[in-house]
Ligand binder design. Structure first.
Ligand SMILES: CC(C)(COP(=O)(O)OP(=O)(O)OC[C@H]1O[C@@H](n2cnc3c(N)ncnc32)[C@H](O)[C@@H]1OP(=O)(O)O)[C@@H](O)C(=O)NCCC(=O)NCCS
Length: 171
């Protein structure tokens, strides 16, 4: 999948993205809002392992967000299984040097539409921590609606957090 947009390009990750990935990802202000599988510090070795894993996936569902000619962030879905196979969780991040330029809003809108075209999905949802106003704003600008608050549902760096459930639907 390649989506040429105004502020960014969403495209497959490449083996050559390792240095840019590690540079943008190695930031506490990014990782603090993400699951623990996105490590901090984020070393070049983490980037290499991620890219090695991705290169052997048959149908990858995570893509790079390219800004100013380099991979500066990522966006992807995780399709659920069994009776929830018509749902997928969407996640995203962007290097701090590119924040507040409308990049992820644009990427999220385009990827959301493309996921409904490509996959038999009825629903896409996201679970931002409740104290992540930038992500909430991005979701709302991209047309996702608040379905609820999952109280005390997650723990990050020893701090129990609420998550918000945002979703959008095929029709
Ligand atoms: C959340 C994130 C992806 C947003 O990316 P981005 O490209 O900067 O987003 P956009 O520029 O499209 O939109 C950001 C919006 O949030 C707003 N915003 C940013 N910081 C904010 C804050 N502290 N409080 C309130 N609003 C804030 C911006 O003003 C903008 O809204 P506007 O267009 O109405 O002015 C980016 O900040 C990021 O990667 N954060 C760390 C990882 C993360 O949180 N991922 C999501 C996990 S659910």
């Amino acid at each position: 999948m390649r989506l040429e947009l105004t502020r960014c390009t969403v495209r497959p990750w490449l083996a050559a993205d390792g240095n840019a990935l590690a540079r943008h990802a190695n930031n506490r202000n990014v990782s603090i809002h993400l699951r623990d599988r996105f490590p901090f510090p984020y070393e070049l070795e983490h980037a290499r392992k991620f890219l090695d894993w991705l290169m052997v996936q048959e149908q990858p569902t995570v893509w790079a967000i390219e800004v100013d000619g380099e991979a500066a962030g990522g966006i992807g879905i995780e399709q659920k299984t069994d009776v929830e196979r018509i749902s997928a969780e969407i996640g995203y991040w962007l290097g701090e040097s590119c924040w507040n330029r409308g990049v992820v809003t644009e990427a999220l809108q385009a990827v959301t539409a493309e996921m409904f075209r490509r996959f038999d999905l009825m629903r896409l949802y996201a679970l931002p921590f409740a104290d992540n106003p930038a992500s909430v704003r991005v979701l709302e600008k991209a047309g996702y609606v608040l379905e609820g608050r999952l109280r005390q549902s997650a723990i990050k760096d020893g701090k129990v957090r609420d998550q918000l459930l945002y979703a959008t639907y095929r029709s």
